[in-house]
Design a protein. Structure first.
Length: 360
C-alpha cells in the first residue's frame, strides 16, 4: 500500500455510540481518533432502533465534536436476533455450496427465510466415516452460517446514511472482537479462547477454536439489568443506580451492599456462560484456555474475579490498543486505560480490511 489508509469503526451500542479511527501504514496501525456519546435510554431495544432521530443526532454530534470528515464506516450488529452456526455439508464446488446453503439455512433459522440476510464462510474440510453399509469415507466441509434479520441491517444502514456516513461493511460484534483479539495475539494457534462482551443489554459470548468462532450466544443480562436490580434494592432513580454501579456517589448506601447486589444480579449470566462452556467442552472434548473480557461492564470493580471464580478459567480484560500505536501526547494514557474496554468492538471494526466482504 503506497499511502496510509484511514478506517473508521462505528459501534452503535444501546448505551452509547463509539467510534475508533485507525491509520494503517503497511503493517503498522496507529490511533487517529476515538470518541463516544451516550444514547438516550431505550433508543435501541433488543438490537432494534426504536428512536432513529436520537441515534442520528448522537452520531452527528459525535463526529462533529471529533471534526471528522464524513465518509465510509464499518458498522456492526449484535444481540439475540442473529444466528451464527457451524454446519457440516458434503464437500462440493463453491457455486453449488451457495445454492445448498440457502435451503440448509431454512432448517437452522428461526425466522422467515425471506426476511433474513444470509452469509457463510467455509472454514475447512474433514474426512468422516460415512454411515452407509460400505462405511466409505466422505469429505465434509464445515461452514459458518450467519443469518441476520434484514430489517435490523436496513434500519442501521438508514440511520448511518441519514447521519451522513456510508456503511461500507456490516460485521457482527462477536466477529469484530475475534478480529481484534487475533490482531492482539498475532493469531490463535492451538488455543481455545472465549470472549465475553458485557455491555448494557446483553452479554455476547463467543468461543473461538482453530481460529474461528465455533459457538456464540447473546445472554440476556448485563449493565441494564444491574441498574434495575440496584434501583429495586435501594429505591433510587436510574441515573443514581448507574452511579452506584460505577462506585461513585454512594452517600449513605454501603459499598459492600452494592457489590452484593451486582454479584446477585450477574448470577444468571454466570450460570448461562458456565452452561455454554460445559456444552462446548462436552461436545468438542477440548478445554477453554482463557476468557477475554470486554464492554463497559469490564470496568465494574472486581468483575474479573467474579467471572474467574465462577468459571475457574483464567481471565484477561482485552486491551484494544495493545497492538495499536497510541501517541501519549495526543491521548492521555490514563483516559485510554479507563475507557479501553468499551472501545473493543469499534477497534475490531476499524481493523477490518475494507476490501473484505461483510453482511451487506
Ligand atoms: N466504569 C464503569 N463501571 C461500571 N459500569 C460501567 C462503567 N462504564 C460503563 N459501564 C456500564 O457498561 C454498560 C455500557 O457498556 P457498553 O458501552 O459496552 O454497552 P453498549 O455497547 O452501549 O450496549 P450493548 O452492546 O449491550 O447494546 C452500561 O451499563 C454502563 O453503565
Ligand atoms: Mg456493545
Amino acid at each position: 500500500m503506497l499511502f496510509p489508509k484511514k478506517t473508521i469503526g462505528l459501534d452503535i451500542g444501546s448505551h452509547s455510540i463509539k467510534f475508533v479511527v485507525l491509520k494503517k501504514s503497511g503493517k503498522s496501525m496507529s490511533l487517529v481518533d476515538l470518541g463516544h456519546v451516550p444514547l438516550k435510554n431505550r433508543s435501541i431495544v433488543d438490537s432494534s432502533i426504536e428512536d432513529p432521530e436520537a441515534v442520528i443526532e448522537a452520531i452527528e454530534n459525535l463526529f462533529s465534536v471529533a471534526k471528522l470528515k464524513k465518509g465510509e464506516v464499518v458498522a456492526s450488529l449484535s444481540g439475540p436476533s442473529l444466528v451464527i452456526k457451524k454446519i457440516s455439508l458434503p464437500k462440493m464446488p463453491p457455486e453449488e455450496l451457495e445454492e445448498v446453503i440457502q435451503s440448509e439455512a431454512e432448517q437452522h433459522i428461526p425466522f422467515d427465510i425471506n426476511d433474513v440476510n444470509i452469509d457463510f464462510q467455509p472454514i475447512g474440510d474433514r474426512v468422516v466415516q460415512g454411515d452407509g453399509d460400505d462405511e466409505e469415507e466422505i469429505i465434509t466441509t464445515d461452514v459458518l452460517l450467519v443469518a441476520v434479520r434484514q430489517e435490523l441491517v436496513e434500519e442501521r444502514r438508514q440511520v448511518i446514511l441519514d447521519a451522513g456516513f456510508i456503511p461500507i461493511i456490516f460485521d457482527l460484534d462477536v466477529f469484530a472482537l475475534e478480529n481484534l483479539l487475533e490482531h492482539n495475539l498475532g493469531g490463535f494457534g492451538e488455543q481455545v479462547v472465549a470472549i465475553v462482551n458485557m455491555g448494557a443489554s446483553f452479554t455476547n459470548v463467543n468461543i473461538i477454536a482453530d481460529g474461528v468462532t465455533e459457538v456464540t450466544r447473546a445472554i440476556p443480562g448485563a449493565g441494564n439489568k444491574i441498574n434495575y436490580d440496584i434501583q429495586k434494592e435501594f429505591n433510587v432513580a436510574w441515573e443514581k443506580a448507574e452511579e452506584l454501579k460505577k462506585g461513585i456517589s454512594l452517600g449513605n448506601i454501603s459499598e459492600k451492599k452494592v457489590v452484593e447486589v451486582i454479584i446477585n444480579s450477574l448470577e444468571g449470566v454466570c450460570y448461562d456462560i458456565n452452561r455454554m462452556f460445559r456444552d462446548f467442552i462436552d461436545n468438542s472434548g477440548r478445554n477453554i484456555d482463557k476468557v477475554y473480557f470486554s464492554g463497559g461492564c469490564a470496568n465494574i470493580v472486581g468483575i474479573e474475579d467474579l467471572i474467574r471464580n465462577n468459571l475457574g478459567i483464567s481471565t484477561e480484560i482485552i486491551d484494544p490498543f495493545a497492538k495499536i500505536n497510541v501517541d501519549n501526547k495526543k491521548f492521555d494514557p490514563d483516559y485510554i486505560r479507563q475507557v479501553a474496554p468499551i472501545f473493543a468492538v469499534a477497534a475490531g471494526l476499524a481493523l477490518r480490511d475494507y476490501d473484505d466482504k461483510g453482511l451487506s
